[in-house]
Structures are given as structure tokens and as C-alpha cells.
Design a binder for this molecule. Structure first.
Ligand code: MTE
Ligand code: MO
Length: 491
């Protein structure tokens, strides 16, 4: 029993030691395990996790990975304890703990963790075992308050907690980097002012530019890649006349552009919040690609997290390689240092942490398409309905955002009586190819409790589809309908 607990503490210490070295990066021993779990999960489970569990699903995955990592290191420590005691050598026990912990950590995935990261894990486990074994063996006297086994357990627990605290402090330091300020160019300044001037003031919904901190995040790993700017490169490969490789400074020394561009995930629920807008800074993707003279019809964008999406080459037109977001460098969670942005497409092909643009003569099946999704094409038209406010004069204000990709939003209509439609007020369109608009409608409530339905029409004159569909596999559709209850404290 004592041995089991000592091994468990060693497992906890090992994971904490790994965190101390790597922080919240892919070199953390939990990261490859969480990634493995996410990829090994059958497609329907993944879809359920995304659309129903949301971030809880991610936490569940991360929690499971932590437990598995602790179990792995507890297992190797247990072996070391058994062998070391058999040969009656504390040195062997401790050394073997470090060695096995190191080997196990280094081999948890097909992509091995960096040697130093794995070593920090093994050493941390060995420290816990060393403290425990030392306390067990140095106790001899019968009249001691704590006998050897108690001392062993308390020592193991204390050292695991100590390493945990150390790991927390150092590991967090590893990962908190705030992106540099890109400085205010006149063009960027104009875009910020434009968004402020055009934003409608509707309590309960985002302004026209989302805060970077609340901008939705979707990706395949719990722990995002941490790509160093000076180590980053982008290769243009495959069916091209000349392969090319760009560094970060190659890219940033090209003529920069700033654009509004709205992103929406195909796995967003109909009235969900996986839709946001930002000002992005970068270079037109075609400026980079033209130099390589591609001749395939298809393109694959690959990333540092092994994510890849593939689609016909036309989708790249109007696209950008972005390294800035709302006036700062791209935050890590949104793809630092560089991501792709393809106006009007679902989020999927907007590949973050991009490392390679590969051209191909044949169609390739992307990461999500292998799992049954169809999320590389243009977005569906949607009017989201997020705000219900009671005005002091007794009227009701309802509002939200509407988005139709590059087709643009022409109008938004509201019905409060289950039949007749009134035009909502729209925010002035922002400059740009694929940008959302806000809508707002004020009315006298027809009853205590009533149903409000909203629908958008795009600039081609096409009405948002009424027929309901789940997000999987093509993105949600239908008209958003909400019950407004005057007696409840609605918002
Ligand atoms: N490298 C990489 N890029 C990625 C993803 C990913 O998992 N890995 N997810 C995609 C999906 S499904 C969406 S919706 C958008 C989300 O971008 P955001 O997290 O910046 O909002 O990124 C896309 N780009
Ligand atoms: Mo997505």
C-alpha cells in the first residue's frame, strides 16, 4: 500500500515536473496524450463533444490525459521501486525511476517529446521517490511519532506538492507571453475608428470588433502549439514550379494589409457564439503563392499541430496570411505567429500555426473531412439573436449579429406575431469582403410572453434557409426563434 502511494506521488510529481519545464506547451507530457485521445476518438463522439459538450468536452479530455500521464509515471515508479528494493539499493530505485520516467515520457507518442522535457519528468518522479525512500530507511527508533512508513508517505506527498507548486509557478511563466503591439498605422487606426463609429449600442452583444480575449477558439488540441517566431517557416511545396520557403521577417517585410474579417465555425450551433470579427494584419496569400507558380488544382494547408485542410485552389483568392489581430501580434491561441484567412469560408480552412502550403493535382481529404464534416466551403447565412433588453419606455429591444460571408448581409427581418415581418435596423456595413453586421429592432410587446423570430437575406437576395439542420456535417441552418418573457428578468 505504501509503495503504491509512493508511486502515485511520484507520478504526480513527474507530471508537475514536466509542467515546470514545458508549461502549457506541446512538450508537456499531458499534451501528446490529450492529442492522442482526441484523434483516437470515433468521429461521432468528437462531433458530440464539439457541438454538445463544448469546452466541457475539452476539459474532460484534458483531465483524462492528466490522469493517464500520472498513471503512466506511477507505473514506471512502481517498477523502479520493486526492482530497487529487490536488489536492496536505494540508488538503483531512484536512478531507475528517473530512467524509466524519462523513457516512458519520451515515447508516449510517435512524435517524441524533447529529451530535456522528458528528463525533467523523470527527475521529478525520482526526487519524490528519493525523499520517500530516504525517510523510510533513516527511521529506526520505535518511539518516533511517525514510523518509517508514515514518514515515507508524508515525505512523498510533501515533495509531490512542493514540485507541484514549483511547476505551477514556473510552468505558468513559460506560457504567459503577451503578443507585441504592432503599433498604430494610419490605415489600422481608420479601421478601428470605422468600427467604433458604425457599432450600434446594444447591451448584451459584442461591438463590431470582438475582444481578442473573448474571440472564440476552436482547434484539435487542448494544448496549443507554441511556435517561436524566429524558428517559424512557411514552405510552398508540391505541384509548383519553384518550391519556396519564407521566414517570419520575409513575410513582415512585404507590404502589409489590414482587413476586417469575420470567422465562424461550422460546428457552431444555430444561435451559438462561435462567430467573431477582428481586424487582421498580414499579406495577401496570392503574393506569396504566385512566386512559386503552382499548377495543381488543389491545395493543402498544413500546420504545426499536424492539422491540415484541403480544398480547391480558388478558395485562396482574396485570402491572407495574417500575423496580427486587432493591432497586436497574433495571440498563440489564434495561430501565432502566422495563420491563413480565407474570406467567407467556414473556420476550418483558416489554418492556424501554418507551416506549409502544398499544391496537388488530386483532391485531398482534410482533417475534419476525414471525420465526416463538410466545412471548407462558404458559410451559410445567419442572423444570430443574442440580446433581449427591456427599455425604460416599456418597449423591447432585440438584437444580434448577421453574417453571410462574401455574399454580404442585405437585410434582417424580425417577426413578433408569427407571421408578419418588419425590417430591423442594421449597422452600416464595414469595409471588407466578408464581415458581419449588427441588427437591432425595437417594438411594443404584444403579450407578456411572445415568440420572436429573426432571419437574414444576403446581397444576392437569397433568404436564410428556414429548414432546420444540425451543425454536423454542413453547418447549422434554420431561423433563430426565442421566447420573450416580460415577467421574467430577460436580457
Ligand atoms: N492549425 C489549426 N488550424 C485551425 C484549427 C485547428 O484545429 N488547427 N481549427 C480550425 C477551425 S475548425 C476553426 S473554426 C478556426 C477557429 O479559429 P480561432 O480559434 O482563431 O477562432 O480555426 C481553424 N484553424
Ligand atoms: Mo471550425
Amino acid at each position: 500500500m505504501q509503495t503504491m502511494l509512493t508511486a502515485l506521488f511520484a507520478g504526480i510529481g513527474g507530471v508537475a515536473g514536466s509542467y515546470a519545464y514545458a508549461g502549457d506547451t506541446p512538450s508537456f507530457v499531458v499534451a501528446p496524450i490529450a492529442g492522442f485521445l482526441a484523434r483516437a476518438m470515433p468521429a461521432p463522439v468528437v462531433s458530440f463533444a464539439i457541438t454538445t459538450l463544448g469546452s466541457f468536452g475539452e476539459q474532460l479530455n484534458l483531465g483524462t490525459a492528466v490522469v493517464l500521464a500520472v498513471a503512466l509515471l506511477a507505473g514506471t515508479s512502481l517498477v523502479a521501486l520493486a526492482v530497487g528494493r529487490r536488489v536492496e539499493s536505494a540508488v538503483a530505485t531512484v536512478g531507475l525511476t528517473a530512467l524509466l520516467g524519462w523513457v516512458a515520457t519520451a515515447s508516449v507518442t510517435e512524435v517524441p517529446l524533447p529529451a530535456l522535457s522528458a528528463l525533467s519528468t523523470g527527475l521529478a518522479s525520482a526526487t519524490v521517490v528519493a525523499v520517500s525512500e530516504f525517510l523510510r530507511e533513516t527511521s529506526g527508533r520505535e518511539d518516533e511519532i511517525f514510523d518509517g512508513e508514515r514518514r515515507q508517505l508524508l515525505g512523498g506527498l510533501a515533495s509531490a506538492l512542493g514540485i507541484g507548486l514549483f511547476g505551477y509557478v514556473f510552468g505558468s511563466r513559460q506560457t504567459t507571453t503577451s503578443p507585441e503591439n504592432l503599433g498604430a498605422t494610419p490605415r489600422r487606426q481608420r479601421l478601428f475608428e470605422e468600427a467604433t463609429a458604425k457599432s450600434l449600442d446594444i447591451p448584451g452583444i459584442d461591438p463590431l470588433i470582438s475582444d481578442v480575449g473573448s474571440f472564440y477558439e476552436v482547434d484539435i488540441n487542448n494544448i496549443d502549439p507554441a511556435v517561436e517566431t524566429d524558428e517559424w517557416t512557411l514552405s510552398i511545396t508540391g505541384a509548383v514550379e519553384r518550391e519556396r520557403t519564407y521566414s517570419y521577417s520575409d513575410l513582415t517585410s512585404m507590404e502589409a494589409d489590414d482587413r476586417f474579417y469575420t470567422l465562424r465555425c461550422v460546428g457552431d450551433s444555430l444561435n451559438g457564439t462561435k462567430m467573431d470579427n477582428a481586424i487582421w494584419t498580414g499579406v495577401p496569400i496570392m503574393d506569396v503563392i504566385d512566386e512559386a507558380r503552382p499548377h495543381g488544382n488543389y491545395v493543402v494547408l498544413r500546420a504545426a499541430d499536424d492539422y491540415y485542410e484541403a480544398f480547391p485552389i480558388e478558395a485562396l483568392r482574396g485570402g491572407m496570411l495574417a500575423y496580427g489581430m486587432n493591432g497586436r501580434g497574433l495571440p498563440r491561441e489564434h495561430g501565432a505567429p502566422v495563420r491563413a484567412l480565407l474570406p467567407g469560408h467556414w473556420g476550418e480552412p483558416n489554418v492556424k500555426w501554418i507551416t506549409e502550403i502544398e499544391f496537388s493535382r488530386e483532391a485531398v481529404t482534410g482533417y475534419w473531412e476525414q471525420r465526416g464534416w463538410h466545412g471548407t466551403g462558404p458559410v451559410k447565412t445567419v442572423a444570430k439573436f443574442h440580446a433581449i433588453n427591456r427599455l425604460p419606455d416599456g418597449r423591447v429591444q432585440v438584437g444580434g449579429h448577421a453574417y453571410a460571408g462574401t455574399r454580404g448581409i442585405q437585410s434582417v427581418e424580425v417577426s413578433i406575431d408569427g407571421g408578419s415581418w418588419r425590417e430591423a435596423t442594421l449597422s452600416e456595413p464595414l469595409s471588407g469582403e466578408a464581415v458581419w453586421r449588427q441588427w437591432e429592432y425595437k417594438y411594443e410587446p404584444p403579450a407578456e410572453s411572445h415568440e420572436v423570430v429573426v432571419r437574414a437575406t444576403d446581397r444576392t437576395g437569397t433568404l436564410q434557409a428556414r429548414k432546420k439542420a444540425e451543425p454536423f456535417p454542413n453547418g447549422p441552418s434554420g431561423w433563430v426563434s426565442r421566447t420573450v418573457n416580460m415577467t421574467a428578468n430577460e436580457r
